[in-house]
Design a protein around this ligand. Sequence first.
Ligand SMILES: [Zn+2]
Length: 323
Amino acid sequence: MMHKWLNEQQRSLSSLLKQNRVPHAFIISGADGTGKLLLAQWLIGILACEKNGFQEDNVYPNEILQQCGECKSCQLLKGHGHPDHLVVDTSGNSIGVDQIRQVTTFFEKTALLGRNQSAIIEAADTMTESAANALLKTLEEPTANSHIILLTTEISRLLPTIISRCRQISIRATDQELNNNIAINYVTTFASLKTENVNGDTALLNEFMLLFYQFLANPEERSRLLLFMQTHTQSLNWCEGLIADLMRYNQGWLNNNENTAIDQQILARLQHLTHDDIWQVQLLISACKKQILLLTQANRNFQIEKLLAQMTFYLIQAYAVDR
Ligand SMILES: [Zn+2]
């Protein structure tokens, strides 16, 4: 189901679709849970639909275009097997040049169904420098009727040359909107991470989740977490999802279900943290992520060590306040 706060973007995109002026490349940015992928899939769906009608003088009654849901293209998209739509595998720590070459090759082929070709690249900010440069070439020389949609939580981490070649869509939902949505849907970050990481990373995530929450509960013991985070750079991104889950849990929006079999003692301890405490930890993590962007591996390891030391310092103080 489409989030209400996306309607405005859908309206302006619908207008572009009707005028046949859809840009070749987009960057959709927004925090986790704001529906970046939903919006991208909606756009792709309309571009692919054989009965979308926007190219004919078909008068659509609604401002927001919809797929017919019945044509061959719509059916193929529903089954995740549309030959002219590519979803780049972004389950690894970073998006490498090979994954981007896959995109380039894909667009070099002609569309099998004779309509638009499209690709979605999630977590585009995890592209390596060489991957970003390879993508730049594709963006500079677009093939006809092709559309690339990059998704990111932090647009500032993308190369300015990439940003300048894409139409930017920034999704902002108010906290209230997001909270309502979270409360209604009960989708845990963990569950969504699990589905995104279908390539055997689930065990890794599980391990990280336990280590991370253990550390938050006992911040003086950080050596195992440190080692894990230094060997799995992607884990820094996972932190934010887990922090978000912790906030929801502490506010009673999440159950500790069987998927997140965290020790009850740890959970009891974590409930001592206030919303503000957790938020401060979150700020430390995002500051560290920004720092790490341009660093070499050796400096990254140091930054992660520094982050955990800062978190320890903060958390010990937080627990010391008797509540
Ligand atoms: Zn259709």
